[in-house]
Ligand binder design. Structure first.
Ligand SMILES: Cc1cc2nc3c(=O)[nH]c(=O)nc-3n(C[C@H](O)[C@H](O)[C@H](O)COP(=O)(O)OP(=O)(O)OC[C@H]3O[C@@H](n4cnc5c(N)ncnc54)[C@H](O)[C@@H]3O)c2cc1C
Length: 502
């Protein structure tokens, strides 16, 4: 028989330590700990040690499937009380859509937050009150949408992809084309229920434990595990007019975006993307869209150009369709895109919000989903600031949360969303994409562009200090207050259990 590699021996040792300690409590007739032991599994370690990025594979010692928020509190509290003699750490895992192992806990415990789904979503809507949904941290945004639509309501702020968890995106920020109107998802939360790194189960909001509330929002899982969240809702529209126009001129493209997000009457969603003329891409972007002027659109010559696509959406109800169409036409008339390239379609609100899912499923069926994703997401400040600034900064991006953004009032989220399928020269593609990411970051540094990474990834603490800038002291203070043993979310590599926090 082959000797198992040392890694597996370590893994077994950690498992034995954990089980030993839980068993000790069981003989003390501790019913809670007994039920916790029943919720541990070991057959799914490899899955829990993987993520969407497909670059880090660090399995835990055990996977925990809590049945209630108290189970989460009991497990974390137990590890907290084990003190420094234990190296166990804990990572809450939503759906593992992280890119660099952020939801992994090497040799520790991964908590599958999806197990908490049995605690149902409740919608609260009373006359004269802002409606909200009370939802489990492990619930998917798509399920929250389906539930709230039964009441004619929906959350206001989204991500492009809805098969992410509430706790996972609230630990980052949750950004999409609605963020200029309502702020990111973390600005649309009424209350959280959080398990701190001390194992306390606490409610927090603007009024109750406000420091914990702001720490957990955008907190990269460092200060607590979000077991429930109250998400602000609004009346849901039925339909969406979805429009794409093309630009050849980058300055016109960005100026139009800034004009649209500053305008009082505007679209409900604005995003842009860059189209590099690689085979197939230029044809795919407009499938299921209809050209406003088919003849001239057919004549537009895409060949060899880098084009910029502005994507906009206007929500409406069929009873007010005419008015919505007029507003769309008026807004389009103010844009400086290539005139022949207006493409539109009408879809239901759910079809629009869930638009990425169909593409994801297509990629999955072709085996192109489970491949390395060397993504880089940057918040880049827009140096041409317009009068919109004061309005947005205070109201939309709450700078008391843990999310880090540039110092300017207007900024872009620029995503380089590469994938490196093995069939397509895998390792080479991955190397090239990583090198390109590094060139972009190093250009930002040398040109003095104060970009901030979104879904940040750093490996050494000095880089984290630079990332947080003046907020670093707050981060350390909050860590000492809420997770002094550095048990939570070790995969972010900000703090290390056993090392001094400061
Ligand atoms: C296809 C795709 C599209 C995306 N589109 C967008 C987008 O449009 N906008 C956007 O903002 N982001 C987007 N993301 C990024 C997404 O927000 C992150 O991947 C995020 O991590 C959510 O994924 P998840 O729910 O699977 O969380 P995970 O990856 O499982 O966890 C993320 C981090 O949060 C921690 N965590 C998870 N659950 C909790 C919890 N309940 N409490 C505390 N900490 C927790 C984990 O420990 C980890 O550190 C996209 C990702 C993918 C793969």
């Amino acid at each position: 028989m082959k000797t198992p590699p040392p890694f597996f021996s370590l893994l077994k040792l950690a498992t034995a330590l954990l089980l030993g300690s839980l068993a000790m409590h069981t003989t003390d007739s501790d019913d809670v700990t007994f039920s916790l032991r029943d919720s541990l599994t070991f057959h799914d370690l490899l899955d829990a040690g993987r993520d969407f990025g497909h670059r880090y594979r660090l399995p835990p010692a055990a996977v925990f499937h809590p049945k209630s928020p108290s189970d989460v509190a009991a497990a974390v509290g137990h590890i907290f009380r084990m003190g420094r003699r234990s190296e166990l750490t804990v990572a809450a895992r939503g759906r593992g859509h992280s890119l660099h192992g952020q939801a992994q806990a090497p040799g520790g415990i991964v908590i599958q937050m999806g197990s908490l789904k049995s605690t149902l979503t409740r919608v609260h809507a009373g006359a004269g009150k802002v409606p909200y949904a009370d939802v489990a941290g492990g619930e998917l945004w798509i399920n929250l949408l389906r539930e709230t639509l039964k009441h004619g309501l929906a959350p206001r702020s989204w991500t492009d992809y809805l098969h992410l968890t509430v706790g996972g995106t609230l630990s980052n920020a949750g950004v999409s084309g609605q963020a200029f109107r309502h702020g990111p998802q973390i600005s649309n939360v009424r209350q959280l229920e959080v398990v701190t790194g001390r194992g306390e189960l606490l409610n927090c909001s603007e009024k109750e434990n406000p420091d914990l509330f702001h720490a957990a929002l955008g907190g990269l899982g460092q200060f607590g595990i979000i077991t429930r969240a109250q998400i602000v809702l609004e009346p849901a529209p039925k339909m969406v007019r979805w429009i794409r126009v093309l630009y050849e001129d980058f300055a016109a493209f960005t100026e139009d975006q800034e004009m649209l997000i500053s305008a009082e009457k505007t679209f409900d969603y604005v995003e842009g993307f860059v189209m590099v003329n690689r085979t197939g891409i230029l044809n795919n972007w407009r499938s299921s869209f209809y050209p406003q002027d088919p003849l001239r659109a057919a004549q537009f010559d895409y060949d060899g150009k880098t084009l910029f696509c502005l994507e906009m959406a206007k929500n409406f109800n069929p009873t007010a369709a005419q008015l919505a169409h007029q507003e769309v036409e008026e807004l389009l008339s103010r844009l400086r895109h290539v005139r022949s390239t207006v493409f539109q379609t009408e879809v239901t609100y759910v079809e629009f919000l869930d638009r990425v899912h169909a593409s994801a499923e297509k990629l999955r069926s072709k085996g192109l989903w489970e491949v390395p994703h060397p993504w880089l997401n940057l918040f880049v400040p827009a140096s041409r600031i317009v009068d919109f600034a004061g309005e947005v900064f205070g109201k939309i991006w709450d700078n008391r949360t843990s999310a880090v953004i540039p110092d300017e009032e207007i900024f872009y989220l620029v995503g380089f969303l590469h994938s490196a399928p093995p069939a397509d020269g895998g390792a080479g593609n991955l190397r090239r994409a990583l090198a390109q990411n590094e060139r972009i970051l190093s250009f930002c540094r040398s040109a003095g562009i104060k970009a901030k990474q979104y879904l940040p990834h750093y490996t050494i603490s000095s880089e984290w200090m630079t990332h947080f800038g003046l907020r670093w002291e707050t981060v350390v203070r909050r860590k000492m207050a809420y997770d002094p043993m550095a048990i939570l979310a070790p995969g972010q590599r900000i703090f290390q259990k056993g090392l001094s926090l400061s």
